[in-house]
Ligand binder design. Sequence first.
Ligand SMILES: [Zn+2]
Length: 384
Amino acid sequence: MALTNAKEFIEKFSNTPSCLQWYRWHIQPFDYAYPDYFPIRPGWLEACAQMEKAYPGHFVHMPYINGRAVASHSELWTKNKELVNKHTTGGHERYGVTDFAVMCPATEFWQNLMVDLTARIFRETKCDGLYVDQLGADTPALRCTRDGHGHTPGDPGSPVRGYRAMLQKMRAEAKKINPDAFLTTEFFSEPLVGLCDGFLTWGSKELSLTAYVYGEYAVLFGHGRTAPIDEQYTRMDCAMVADEFVAGAALGWMMTQDPNPHAYIKKLAPLRAKVASYLRLPMVKPIAGTQTDHFWTSLRKGDNGEAVVIATNPQTNDTLTETYELDCQAAGLKPGKYRLKAITMDGEKDLGPQDVSGDAFKFQVRLEPFEAAVYILEPLPGLK
Ligand SMILES: [Zn+2]
């Protein structure tokens, strides 16, 4: 969620391991002077250090940069516009009060500038990861038609190849400073999987479908929200949290001050940490195919013949009791003896031996408001 007050966030989410995406870690306004990010905002490093001291290992810090554009208020633009122009794609954009030149990622000029910036940020801020805005959101329609950039003018593949080469160098440089360094970008982008560790999915039309195909390969975070910040949208906001949870995406990154989704995230996060390995298992079908009217669920398949159902109740007031019908064929379940167990916010519970036969295995799910559970149906020894 958007934060204006780190202290308030820590008070609310001190039980919740979090990745903090810092937009204002430097002194420039948002969308104003890229690629000028230094000096660091006075007091920011000290605030991060205090958070680390109070909650060791609890927070991961990820500063923001833009990986694609040079702003008209930057020193680079105002002092050497000719140099900027030589390396743009020819594209120009405007956000707020600032004009932006879209840089060609195939040029050594832009690649080297981003690599040097990455190294400086990891070195001077001691951050864990770096969010590189707009790379996944770029589109081949904005391909570069310029000469002398090391690609054929107008080559539709040049943006992707340029960003891939740039990210490879940025990763290598970052990992020299922090072996666990990670990079993320805006919007999911298939060609950047493996070079970005995470994708901000606020522009994704269908988070669950992206998670179904790519959830094992990258961290997905964020949910698109265009509605006003208003309490009447509680139901929608809570459904987004549920969608993130069952998709295995990180919780949060949604623009709402509504206390209900905040409370829901706070309640889900410790369970999410506990069942993380189950959330990385492959989904056997997109969430829409296994969702009931009220619960949000996803069905996953374990390495040893288990079927795993992730379920949560996003209702603010109603406890839900329903029969869940597990699709045996989709989950690859053979007829025979299994054991059902549930991992909940209160611990692990053995629900006893079960007979599986036919097309569906049915079991009762009862979840209180904002509660969640992971049901694991595992074959008993002897089942072949
Ligand atoms: Zn170019």
